[in-house]
Design a protein around this ligand. Structure first.
Ligand SMILES: Cc1ncc(COP(=O)(O)O)c(C=O)c1O
Length: 424
């Protein structure tokens, strides 16, 4: 298949890219297993799982079948005043596998929208409870929750790609990024800024939103479960809602089914996305507990004020059902543990690499942090020449491959990463 790259360059926006000086794009015409297939037939081993989503690899027979079977029924139907079996099965499955208090599900159409819905639930809840002054949000520096306006307002205000919009965004509270790393002893003083802020402003604060355990776009930082546990305790103490954005971390990626499980806590609201459909199509979910759902329903609006056209799209629900069923077959813990062990062993040498600041691994995530921002285009070219697909950004060269990756394929990824930092 010939691909019109000139048209692409001239007319199509790619993520976070300039129209006058775009980064190169690579033509991919198919994908199967853990490989992307380019227009000239060259295969690239995928180190990205298409940005955390393709947990089971590409063209998985059960996911393909779920999609084609559903097409024989209906691709889509509106969700206002209508329900359908795939949505019901999916919500049952999500309630079954997420922490127990989460019992109500909103099926959104992307991760950013799932976070928007979470924020609306939190704000509407306090209105319903007769506490309309509770409108302020707390977030963490280095946090990332999406690209829409409400989500940009809870992303790191300085150190994120959204800083240019700051004047237009509602101003919320930002805590220092958690400075107690996952693999080191917990530093209890890291939670003090949250305690102090809540002591001062809990009457105005609606919710704390965070990415549990792994701060992704903000630096692939892994923080200590006790920090998350302390957040839960303080939210309880000061009557503040805890929102866990598990869009990147959900479904086993960090070595636990949900990152919250590392701390054995249940949030009041949980956002899921990305791997929810095994990376097949866009769909996300926002779950909350009974207390919040009741409070929202008692607000003046009488219901949750959100309802996108493609809410609970049956095709996406069908594939998500198949993907969650695969997760529930429970092959992922051994797969993720094997990936973790192999990444740990094979990336260790990178510590000696030129310009390397840190090397860290958690679950099926392997990160090399550099002291300076990387040259994305040059590195990407090197990786493609090596037959691998790794997408570095900022100071980071990192992989989060499909869980189904073979040992040999993963070795190719880590060899390319070692080459990128000049060690063999
Ligand atoms: C933690 C987190 N939240 C929200 C989002 C936004 O999801 P989406 O890109 O589907 O809108 C992302 C995407 O990378 C994410 O990593």
């Amino acid at each position: 298949m010939s691909i019109d790259l000139a048209f692409d360059r001239e007319h199509i926006w790619h993520p976070y890219t300039s129209m006058i000086n775009p980064l190169p794009v690579y033509p991919v015409v198919a994908a199967e297993g853990c490989e992307l297939i380019m227009d000239d037939g060259k295969r690239l081993i995928d180190g990205t799982a298409s940005w955390w989503s393709a947990a089971h690899g590409y063209r998985h027979p059960e996911l393909d079948k779920a999609a084609t079977d559903q097409l024989q029924q209906m691709a889509h139907v509106m969700f206002g005043g209508i329900t359908h079996p795939q949505a019901i099965e999916l919500c049952k499955q999500l309630i079954d596998i997420t922490p127990a208090p989460l019992s109500k599900v909103f099926l959104a159409d992307s991760g950013s929208i799932a976070v928007e819905v979470a924020l609306k639930i939190a704000l509407q809840y306090w209105q319903g409870k007769g506490k309309p002054d509770k409108t302020e949000l707390i977030s963490l520096r280095k946090g990332y929750h999406g690209d829409t306006f409400a989500t940009m307002a809870v992303c790191d205000p300085v150190d994120s790609m959204h800083s240019m919009f700051q004047r237009l965004l509602p101003q919320h509270h930002f805590l220092p990024a958690p400075d107690s790393p996952f693999h080191q002893p917990y530093r209890p003083d890291s939670i003090e800024p949250l305690r102090q802020l809540l002591q001062q402003r809990h009457q105005q604060i609606a919710a704390l939103i965070l990415e549990p355990i792994v701060q992704g776009y903000g630096g692939m930082r892994f923080y200590h479960p006790d920090y998350l546990k302390a957040c839960r305790q303080l939210c309880d103490e000061f009557d503040v809602i805890l929102i866990a954005d598990e869009i990147a971390t959900g479904f086993g990626r960090t070595g636990q089914l949900f990152a919250c499980n590392h701390a054995n806590i249940a949030p009041d609201i949980m956002c899921l996305g990305k791997a929810l459909t095994g990376g097949y199509m866009t769909m996300a979910a926002t779950l909350c507990n009974d207390k919040l759902a009741t409070g929202v329903s008692q607000s003046d609006a009488g219901g949750l004020m959100h309802g996108p056209t493609f809410m609970a799209n049956p095709l996406a629900c069908a594939v998500a059902n198949a993907s969650v069923r695969l997760i529930r077959q429970n092959h992922w813990p051994a797969q993720v543990a094997a990936i973790e062990a192999q990444l740990t062993e094979q990336l260790e040498a990178c510590r000696a690499g030129e310009g390397v600041k840190d090397v860290r691994v958690l679950g099926a995530i392997g990160v090399i942090e550099m002291t300076k921002p990387v040259q994305v285009a040059a590195l990407q070219k090197l990786f493609v020449e090596q037959g691998v697909w790794i997408r570095p950004f900022n100071h980071l060269i990192y992989v989060m491959p499909p869980f189904t990756i073979s040992q040999a394929q993963l070795s190719r990824l880590t060899a390319a990463m070692r080459l990128a930092v000049g060690v063999s």
